[in-house]
Design a protein around this ligand. Structure first.
Ligand SMILES: Cc1cc2nc3c(=O)[nH]c(=O)nc-3n(C[C@H](O)[C@H](O)[C@H](O)COP(=O)(O)OP(=O)(O)OC[C@H]3O[C@@H](n4cnc5c(N)ncnc54)[C@H](O)[C@@H]3O)c2cc1C
Length: 372
């Protein structure tokens, strides 16, 4: 695509802003539309694995991300009584990958991305809740329309799949939050506590600040008040190990969110004419994969490279699908398998990354990320 060409992006989440930054740097004219009135910081925190840090380095943001984030050294798995079941060396994964693993609050990540975009002189059009009709209009006005409008109700996905692709509820909820603990309470380790049908994960950032997620299997019930879900969480985890009790005593009330966790099945195509979906709109995985935001960043990077190197828009969009579908589908599948094992009531707990070496994990995550 000629880089004077114009790209409309729907959704200023991780995928949308990252694409806007990379495409603007490459000389494209970008318009970014967001339904919220400001950059959303939905969600407590994110673990950015080495593949995401590779992309952020390409964007010139690695230093800032590391300044605001933490770099955990290992991941420890326990049963609900505090018996250690396993440990995974993250520094070994980082060494194999050549990039760090960084944990960061979602609001900090979004702030860094939004500031970088603003520094390039691109303003986000806020409070623009696009409809299917708006997308049809954008198709006429822009050379490329990219839907980065998330997993649940992507309108751009709806234009590609008028019969409606519905995200699937995977049978469990997450309650997420942010807590401030004693400075060295977590000893720089990610904690993963598991009981039958229940899980509690705690992720350190720095100086005792951490984000966490409680999960358990349940039916969707949107009629129940939030306070009753939060009470249930306290009851379920009241006798769990000390770190769980500590985060439940010290969270920021405003950070609590209840999420009925959905994902998408791999889709047979992501584009039609000059419309493409990326990020969660195209391939939302479960949070158990730990890779949704990382893959959203990868999408943005691959897309801009293919727009540069492929001959014509249609070739670029077809190549994008072929290049991305295998990795993103594998991540969706892994997320589901892990969730099923952890959150079905009769399952046995499994090591977080069962039977996989640091080298294998690194090779999988870094797949496709070479600079030619
Ligand atoms: C509990 C939990 C924990 C997670 N932890 C991790 C983790 O540790 N690491 C990781 O990599 N990933 C993690 N993820 C996944 C990650 O959050 C998502 O995959 C990522 O945010 C996807 O980015 P996105 O830009 O595609 O979508 P989103 O971040 O959802 O952004 C979509 C944007 O589009 C906007 N929008 C929607 N509809 C419209 C419309 N009609 N018009 C205009 N704008 C619109 C929305 O307001 C939003 O700003 C986690 C997810 C959950 C639920």
């Amino acid at each position: 695509m000629n880089n004077n060409n114009r790209i409309a992006i729907v959704g200023a989440g991780v995928a949308g802003i990252a694409l806007a930054i990379l495409a603007t740097k490459q000389g494209y004219q970008v318009s970014l539309y967001e339904r919220a009135s400001k950059v959303s910081s939905l969600g407590a925190g994110v673990t950015l694995w080495p593949n995401a840090i590779f992309i952020l380095q390409q964007m010139g943001l690695e230093k800032e991300i590391k300044r605001m984030g933490g770099e955990p050294s290992c991941m420890r798995q326990f049963d609900q009584y505090g018996g250690q079941q396993g440990e995974f060396d993250l520094e070994a994964v980082n060494t194999c990958s050549g990039f760090s693993t960084v944990t960061i609050l979602r609001r900090e990540l979004m702030n860094i991305l939004a500031t970088a975009l603003n520094d390039l002189g691109v303003k986000i059009h806020f409070s623009c809740s696009m409809t299917v009709a708006d997308v049809e209009q954008l198709k006429q006005e822009f050379d490329l329309v990219v839907g980065a409008d998330g997993r649940m109700n992507s309108v751009v996905r709806q234009t590609l799949y008028p019969e409606m692709v519905k995200p699937c509820y995977q049978g469990f909820i997450n309650i997420i939050g942010i807590s401030q603990l004693e400075e060295d309470a977590l000893a720089n380790a990610i904690y993963d506590f598991r009981g039958p049908g229940e899980r509690f994960g705690i992720v350190p950032i720095t100086d005792g600040l951490c984000f966490w997620a409680a999960g358990w299997s349940t039916e969707i019930d949107k009629t129940r008040p939030l306070s009753s879900w939060f009470d249930e969480m306290h009851q379920r985890f009241v006798n769990w190990p000390e770190s769980v009790k500590s985060v439940l005593k010290s969270y920021e009330k405003s950070s609590l969110k209840r999420i009925f966790v959905h994902d998408l099945k791999p889709l047979p195509y992501w584009h039609q004419d000059n419309v493409l979906i990326i990020g969660d709109a195209a391939h939302a995985p479960l949070p158990t994969s730990g890779q949704g935001a990382c893959q959203a960043l990868e999408d943005a990077w691959h897309l801009v490279r293919l727009l540069e190197t492929e001959d014509g828009l249609d070739n670029a969009l077809s190549s994008f699908y072929l290049q991305r579908i295998v990795k993103t589908s594998a991540i969706q599948t892994t997320g589901r398998q892990l969730a099923q094992r952890i959150l079905t009531n009769d399952s046995e707990t499994l090591p977080f990354v069962s039977g996989i070496s640091a080298k294998q994990l690194s090779e999988f995550w870094m797949q496709g990320l070479k600079i030619k």
